[in-house]
Design a protein around this ligand. Structure first.
Ligand SMILES: N=CN[C@@H](CCC(=O)O)C(=O)O
Length: 345
């Protein structure tokens, strides 16, 4: 756990905008006391959900993408701290573990060039290093019976979430991914486009449903691979559901749930599925924020939901004056998840 930078009570106080007569999440969320072992502390604390940030974009760089996702954690935690603590959702249900310390790795990649074969291999090796840390931390949280809420970072971190959860549960888990892309690309060295294929190949991912693939951005080879393993990997497309209306959003959620609900599952959200969200693979066409919120709420309302991961949002790539909006969106998704999950426990 030495790779975690704890989020202290002072850090929380600094980002909480106090108003008299109001109680904000920042006044109620649980932080790990100074000098305490985080896992030993989490074991004793009542909060069911554990917030954990991965401020990196090395996996995105290794995938020839546009860096910026490292900034989502800061933006998210500032927003979450200022959500109202009330009868609908209580800040005290959330413990903040802190963020993964990736400062050295982020420094190391500053001058690496994806087009250089040695640099590309170095980027992939660093992603593998982060994978190990993420899976170790997720393993420890899930083993305590808590629900990790992970704010990425790139979608490469799906691998560590799945592996850590599978090891904690003692068996492979399933995953549902709200995404424009499959991230089921070839095993060519780790990056943000192959977190699920690596987890599948290594036996940590049992069944995988991709919700809302963009037909224009999914290669024939990936479609061919998925076709051969359709007992374990299924998808629908955004075009299918929202454009041609051959399928209906709510029915599709029900069918996807039936597919993955035979075991524990992770809920993966790639913000590049939403139009106008600053991301490496930003788009103008995609599901609405309301559809995404309904999706999170729907898949959280189940005892098999094992973790929530929200990734690829990149406030640093957005407009300077409104770069708090991605954090605000993440705040809605986190509370949607908690509100739905708490109905079933
Ligand atoms: N996590 C994102 N993965 C996508 C990114 C696509 C892009 O950058 O255009 C992928 O590799 O397919």
């Amino acid at each position: 756990m030495e790779k975690i930078i704890p989020f202290t009570i002072n850090d929380l106080a600094k980002i909480t905008n106090h108003r008299s007569g109001e109680i904000k999440f920042g006044e109620k969320m649980i932080t790990v006391p100074k000098g305490t072992d985080p896992i030993a502390f989490l074991k004793t604390c009542e909060a069911k959900y554990v917030l954990f940030g991965i401020p990196e974009d090395i996996g995105i760089r290794a995938n020839f993408g546009r860096p910026g996702a490292a900034s989502a954690w800061d933006s998210a935690i500032k927003s979450i701290a200022n959500i109202q603590h009330n009868r609908f959702c209580k800040g005290s249900q959330l413990a903040i573990l802190g963020q993964l310390n990736v400062s050295e790795e982020m420094k190391e990649v500053e001058h690496l060039d994806f087009n250089d074969i040695d640099d590309r291999s170095k980027l992939s090796q660093l992603v593998e290093k982060i994978d190990k840390d993420v899976s170790h931390i997720i393993f420890n949280i899930v083993k305590l019976g808590k629900i990790p809420i992970v704010i990425g970072g790139g979608h490469n971190n799906a691998y560590g979430n799945i592996k850590g959860s599978a090891l904690a549960k003692g068996k492979p888990i399933n995953a549902i991914n709200f995404d424009a892309h499959s991230d089921f690309r070839i095993l060519e060295g780790r990056h943000s486009g192959n977190g699920f294929s690596y987890a599948y190949e290594e036996g940590f991912l049992k069944k995988y449903f991709i919700f809302g693939l963009h037909e224009n951005y999914t290669s024939k080879s990936v479609l061919d691979i998925i076709k051969k393993i359709e007992d374990r990997v299924r998808y629908n497309t955004y075009d299918n559901v929202n454009i041609r209306k051959e399928k209906e959003f709510n029915q599709e959620m029900t069918q996807a749930l039936e597919f993955i609900n035979d075991d524990f599952y992770g809920v993966e959200i790639d913000l590049d599925a939403i139009p106008n969200i600053a991301c490496s693979a930003m788009t103008l066409s995609g599901f609405s924020v309301e559809q995404l919120r309904q999706f999170v709420s729907f898949f959280a309302k189940n005892k098999n939901a094992t973790y929530l991961h929200i990734c690829e949002g990149a406030p640093d790539l957005g407009e300077e004056k409104n770069n708090h909006l991605i954090g605000k969106l993440i705040g809605y998704l986190v509370t949607d998840f908690i509100k739905a999950y708490q109905q079933i426990v």
